[in-house]
Design a protein around this ligand. Structure first.
Ligand SMILES: [Zn+2]
Ligand SMILES: [Zn+2]
Ligand SMILES: [Zn+2]
Ligand SMILES: [Zn+2]
Length: 609
């Protein structure tokens, strides 16, 4: 089968299209892409604003709302109650397709007219008492939660699903009572931890599985009462734990430093984060088969996924999940089938192309704001026969008269929306987080630049005045605005000041941890810094025979390669210059204390499919 190297229209780097890719493009009926995988990911990310909220009012009822769109947006913005009501009709904005203009030009004209929902949340009926959220759904009592769903009592969370009573989490699934965690799944009462599965009642864990009552441990499996990877009896453990004073700020700071200096970098880690996979590449990926992705779970025969759960035969996808045979979609899911170039749309969508904000619809093209509709183009209804005829004429027309963006790049049928058609300023989107551009680069490219949102907090308490433990904090803290320790010097969207909300205070009291000294954006940035980049390097296993290549770690058993360095190579998100000891699966798994989860074929299939 054929294989081809092409040059990306955007970055001019070469990229490869493999035989598998051609088979997929054929199946989904699109020509191969003209952008490289990275530039395609950047383009998708530019269509999703997760964390930038603005104050504005609803253009229909005038109620003031917290919105993903600023007051300068070029289209009307309605509050969710108005948007999901029948107070307006998307067909009012419908128009005939004009063969004298490019498709994307006409879509842009429609986009400037059709009202958008003030956030990218699911309908108000599914989101209870959770006003300060975005890209969120099906949740209750949540606050400052972004890109998350099926949660209850979750505060300051990002990419967190099916969880309860958690604060400050990033990529957290099916967990409860967790605090300051990143990349955890099915954990209970775990704090300050990363990359853990099935752990409970523990703190400062990295890469642990099925552990409980452990503190400051790395790479453990099925262990109890361990501190710094050393076993204790239950009573010794409790005595040691008491000595560490981990309910106080000085105790936590001391422990964190010791953990980072003495353990975290001294033990080998697997070349990627995740488990229960077969033939995967990427990172933070689990229960997947024949898939390339980041922050991905339960995917099969898919490629170029980011933040995706439950996908089959999907290429180029960002945010959320439950979809099959889809291509180049952003912010969608809940049963999508054969959808292409769709953003912010979900729920029983079939044969949908180049649409935005559409729900429970099928056979629609270039539409915005439709619910339960079929056979529509540019918000105009057709008969089945008319639709099918026009659809093939338009696809042909898109190839003959491609859209030319400000930089001269061409967008024919098969190319996703140009970034300049995003309803968000580039600076407000996830693209700025992963592919940051300067003000002049943004303006030169024809994207929109926004100055950071200014907050005018009046600080009533200095962070230095915060007590060292939560028991010394009184309810009056709820009236205070505390200064963030970074004081805006960090380039992390620091809000300078922050408030503690009642639900949050109760949580800290319940789990007995001191108040944070940083604003929620700076705390989020701290977790973001723990994650590896969305980039893969080709590297060799750093196992040198009896020790790690840097001599720091002594293997506990003989490896399959004997005294010689391990010959295995892999794709990893650990850049070559990083200090971590990065082992291949075989060398990593060689430790007799680290049994891999073994499934029979039947269970394996049940798990991944
Ligand atoms: Zn490129
Ligand atoms: Zn801050
Ligand atoms: Zn190895
Ligand atoms: Zn080895």
């Amino acid at each position: 089968m054929m294989e081809e190297t092409r040059q990306c229209q955007n970055c001019h780097q070469e990229f490869r299209i493999e035989p598998d890719d051609f088979a997929f493009y054929e199946k989904i009926k699109v020509p191969p892409p003209t952008f490289c995988p990275e530039c395609r990911m950047q383009r998708r990310m530019a269509f999703r604003n997760e964390r930038t909220l603005h104050k504005r009012s609803c253009d229909l009822c005038q109620k003031s709302v917290i919105s993903a769109y600023s007051a300068e947006a070029t289209f009307p913005v309605y509050c969710s109650e108005c948007w999901w009501s029948d107070k307006w009709d998307p067909f009012e904005y419908g128009r005939e397709y004009d063969f004298n203009k490019s498709f994307f030009q006409q879509f842009k004209e429609l986009q400037d007219k059709v009202p958008r929902q003030h956030t990218n949340n699911t309908s108000p009926a599914t989101l209870i008492n959770s006003e300060y959220t975005n890209c969120a759904g099906d949740s209750k009592n949540c606050y400052l939660m972004f890109g998350a769903g099926w949660n209850e009592d979750i505060l300051y969370a990002h990419y967190t699903n099916h969880s309860k009573n958690c604060v400050d989490t990033l990529y957290c699934l099916n967990s409860e009572l967790c605090y300051e965690c990143f990349d955890v799944d099915q954990c209970y009462n775990v704090r300050f931890s990363q990359t853990c599965l099935w752990c409970r009642d523990s703190m400062f864990l990295f890469d642990c599985r099925n552990c409980s009552d452990c503190i400051g441990c790395v790479g453990l499996r099925n262990k109890k009462y361990h501190i710094f990877n050393k076993p204790y009896t239950k009573s010794e453990y409790l005595k040691e734990k008491e000595k560490l004073q981990l309910h106080t700020r000085p105790g936590l700071e001391r422990f964190r430093k010791e953990f980072e200096d003495n353990l975290y970098l001294k033990l080998p880690r697997k070349y990627y984060h995740g488990q229960m996979n077969r033939n995967v590449s990427g990172d933070y990926i689990s229960n997947s088969d024949n898939t390339q992705g980041f922050y991905t779970k339960n995917a099969k025969d898919s490629k170029y996924l980011f933040w995706c759960i439950n996908a089959k035969d999907v290429y180029d996808y960002f945010a959320w999940g439950d979809l099959e045979l889809c291509y180049e979609c952003v912010s969608g899911g809940y049963n999508m089938y054969f959808c292409k170039f769709v953003h912010t749309a979900w729920g029983d969508l079939r044969n949908v192309e180049y649409c935005s904000l559409c729900f429970t619809s099928s056979d629609i093209l270039g539409c915005i704001g439709l619910r339960s509709k079929q056979y529509c183009i540019l918000n105009k209804k057709y008969s089945k026969a008319e639709y099918e005829k026009l659809l093939s004429q338009i696809k042909k027309h898109m190839a003959e008269m491609p859209y030319r963006d400000r930089r001269g790049m061409l967008y024919a049928y098969g190319e996703n929306f140009p970034i300049e058609l995003s309803p968000f300023p580039y600076t407000d989107t996830v693209a700025q987080e992963h592919f940051p551009l300067t003000k002049s680069e943004i303006q030169k490219a024809g994207y929109i630049w926004h100055e950071p949102v200014q907050r005018n907090y009046v600080i009533t308490k200095k962070h230095a005045e915060l007590p060292d433990s939560i028991t010394e904090v009184s309810e009056s803290i709820l009236d205070d605005v505390t200064s963030c320790e970074h004081e805006g010097t960090c380039n992390e969207q620091c809000t300078f000041g922050f408030k503690i909300v009642p639900q949050e205070l109760q949580f800290y009291q319940k789990i007995n941890v001191p108040l944070p000294k940083l604003c929620h954006n700076c705390r989020h940035s701290g977790r973001v810094k723990q994650r590896n980049p969305l980039k893969l390097w080709h590297r060799k296993c750093t196992c040198a025979g009896q020790t790690s290549a840097n001599g720091i770690y002594q293997n506990t058993v003989q490896h399959f390669h004997g005294q010689e360095p391990c010959p295995n190579e892999f794709q990893t998100s650990y850049a070559p210059q990083r200090p971590e000891i990065v082992y291949c699966e075989r060398c990593y798994q060689a430790d007799p204390d680290r049994p891999e989860i073994v499934y029979c074929e039947k269970c394996y299939q049940a798990e991944v499919v």
